[in-house]
Write a protein that binds this ligand. Structure first.
Ligand code: 5GP
Ligand code: MG
Length: 179
């Protein structure tokens, strides 16, 4: 059983608010870089919400892996797929599904700054406070959640559940049903 934490409607409303917030100090020449796979649903909705507030970023994708198939962060991160655009001298909006330990986003942000990005802002759909091991903050957060394992809206468990149109909590009893 998956309990709904945020409904599709609640997520839609929040993403529209986030787009309005982002539009306020949007800089031309911004490239939006989404971290795959988890952020693809959030990103798809966010860019369409940005369109409604007159913002048109270029978009690229990067895949970093930290979690593998389980639920425990391994601590080490590798670049599985890199962006194809250049970021030198550009504004970057880095988008991820969830900020937990901060390892993924800290590495991505550092990498982009090393490549000469002028500024890297971070947007996440979810944040779990109290689990941070890296010194990194998001500039904009959809929802702050407690220490539960969530799936849906792009977030997975063993690559399942990404299609759920809501964000839900996966209970321990369900872990065994997927192998
Ligand atoms: P961090 O590097 O901040 O520890 O972890 C971020 C990544 O861990 C996310 O991009 C996501 O893939 C994964 N993650 C962290 N918490 C959850 C969760 O509750 N559910 C799912 N499905 N993934 C999570
Ligand atoms: Mg992820």
């Amino acid at each position: 059983m998956i309990d709904v934490l945020y409904s599709k409607e609640a997520i839609d409303r929040r993403i529209q608010e986030m787009a309005q917030e982002l539009a306020k100090d949007w800089k031309d020449n911004t490239i939006l870089i989404a971290l795959l796979k988890g952020s693809f649903v959030f990103t798809a909705d966010l860019i369409r919400a940005l369109y409604t507030v007159g913002v048109s970023p270029q978009i690229d994708f990067m895949t970093l892996s930290s979690y593998g198939e389980g639920m425990e962060s391994s601590g080490s991160i590798v670049i599985q797929k890199d962006i194809t655009d250049t970021v030198s001298g550009r504004q970057v909006l880095l988008v991820d599904d969830i900020l937990e330990s901060g390892r993924t986003l800290a590495l991505a942000k550092q990498l982009l700054l090393e490549r000469g990005a002028a500024q890297v802002k971070v947007a996440v759909m979810l944040e779990k406070p109290g689990k941070r091991v890296m010194d990194i903050q998001a500039d904009i957060v959809g929802f702050v959640i407690s220490d539960v394992f969530v799936v849906g809206f792009g977030l997975d468990y063993a690559n399942y559940y990404r299609e759920l149109p809501f964000i839900g909590v996966l209970k321990e009893a369900d872990y065994d049903t997927i192998t």
